[in-house]
Design a protein. Structure first.
Length: 437
């Protein structure tokens, strides 16, 4: 063994270039050659099982979780690869919803460390994590893998898979420094995951972008092309105790009054994408009890998650303007309180703090505690505070997300709200602070 334990293996992993921490400004010469070479040394594990490949600007993680739960409810063994993680990197690689164990993770990273020297240039941290997931899924003999794209689609290192089903949740402005500058540019990059003979599920409804996706699917030789609002949809979406009660339709079936135990009306659209993806995978409708069981048992941490009461403390991974608008709508629809609201906000560079905070103003947020996420890409807290002040909000600066969360809770009364948002890094620190176990 190269490593004595997981801590040592993760130290090795963290010694590689990490584009999640230091985002490149632009892909000058995009290539998957290094990822293909790494996979070849591992015996091309991505060919050992069928894949549902999910991209989009927002909702990828929730859609991946729902799709995984639906497939598991059909009796399949499901590997799931998502990013980023909240508490432990193990969370990114899971089998039937259970993160990879420390020993198994150490073993797979050990195998990667042994072959790294055979490569012309060292892989990045994300390439190694992707290779670890693909390899472990093959070792575990999963029936199907649900793979979430890290960034974009065409040149994302997950795009060495040949997907049976490709899913696009939606398109909005994010990572424009790499994928943009226009929505069409972003959509075109994400359409690169479409595969010959595969089925394509598109949750985006903008006619211009749908037309772009349709052309890309035809060029790729996709077998079928389904669009939300035409071929599948969430036809009814009502507030329920603990989540949403939705009606869904797909090309093959309709499902009425299904409980989705996640907050936010947008989860109805994510559920529609997930059910359509599962139906596309099987090539037939799902039994009604499978849809009820699969969606009814889904759990997604860090997305409109309640982690405290009196005051109400909500954490949400909204990290772009579109996500913040969805968060604001959900605050107005589902989490009204008699008291005041304090938002703990931290962002990465490349985000527009004015646009993101303006969405919170519409939800009645008048006070912000700004902080810097624990990332090399963190936007200075002072920049966020200045943006908040320019919008007429009371703004304070905290040294760390943990300090910001504690400060917000201490300032709040039992009838107040504390909303933590802007970055999953901040959400992770908030959860670690208030839910230490």
């Amino acid at each position: 063994m190269t490593f004595s334990d997981l801590s040592e293996a993760l130290d090795w992993l963290d010694g590689h270039i990490d584009f999640e921490s230091v985002m490149p400004t632009r892909r000058t010469l995009p290539s998957l050659d290094r990822m293909w070479a790494l996979a070849a040394l591992l015996g091309d594990p991505q060919t050992a099982y069928p894949v549902i490949h999910i991209t989009g600007t927002n909702g990828k993680g929730s859609t991946a979780a729902m799709t995984t739960s639906l497939l598991a409810a059909m009796g399949l063994t499901v590997g799931t690869y998502t990013s980023p993680n909240l508490a432990r990197v193990n969370e990114r690689i899971a089998r039937n919803g259970e993160p990879i164990g420390d020993e198994a993770f150490t073993d797979v990273l050990d195998s990667l460390a042994r072959i790294e020297g055979l490569m012309d240039e060292p892989p990045t941290r994300f390439e190694l994590l992707t290779a670890a997931a693909l390899t472990w899924f093959a070792d575990e003999a999963v029936d199907v893998a649900v793979i979430e794209v890290g960034l974009g689609g065409t040149w994302d290192c997950t795009n060495i898979v040949h997907a049976a089903v490709s899913v696009v949740t939606n398109i909005s402005y994010d990572h424009t420094e790499v994928l943009g500058p226009t929505l069409e540019d972003i959509a075109r990059d994400k359409s690169g995951i479409f595969t010959s003979g595969g089925r394509t599920v598109v949750g985006e409804t903008d006619p211009t972008l749908v037309a772009l996706f349709r052309t890309a699917a035809e060029d790729a030789g996709c077998q079928e092309f389904w669009v939300r609002g035409t071929d599948f949809a969430c036809t009814s979406n009502r507030l329920a105790v603990g989540g949403r009660l939705v009606d869904l339709k797909t090309p093959g079936a309709a499902y009425g009054e299904v409980l989705v135990p996640l907050h936010g009306s947008h989860q109805g659209d994510n559920a529609a994408c997930a059910v359509a993806a599962a139906e596309a995978f099987f090539g037939s409708p799902l039994p009604e009890d499978v849809v009820e069981e699969g969606l009814g048992s889904v759990r997604v941490q860090g997305r409109l998650e309640v982690i405290g009461r009196h005051p109400l403390v909500l954490v949400d991974g909204a990290h772009n303007a579109a996500g913040m608008m969805v968060l604001a709508r959900s605050l107005n629809e589902e989490f009204t309180t008699e008291g005041e609201t304090i938002a703990v906000v931290g962002m990465l560079t490349g985000r527009d703090p004015i646009a993101m905070l303006d969405a919170l103003v519409s939800a009645g947020v008048r006070s912000v505690i700004a902080c810097a996420p624990d990332s090399q890409r963190a936007q200075p807290a002072g920049v966020i505070a200045s943006a908040a002040a320019s919008l007429g909000m009371q703004a304070e600066v905290a040294a760390t997300p943990a300090e910001a969360v504690r400060w917000a809770v201490e300032q709040s009364g039992p009838a107040d709200r504390v909303v933590v948002c802007g970055s999953l890094y901040v959400v992770a620190d908030a959860r670690a602070t208030l839910l230490p176990s």
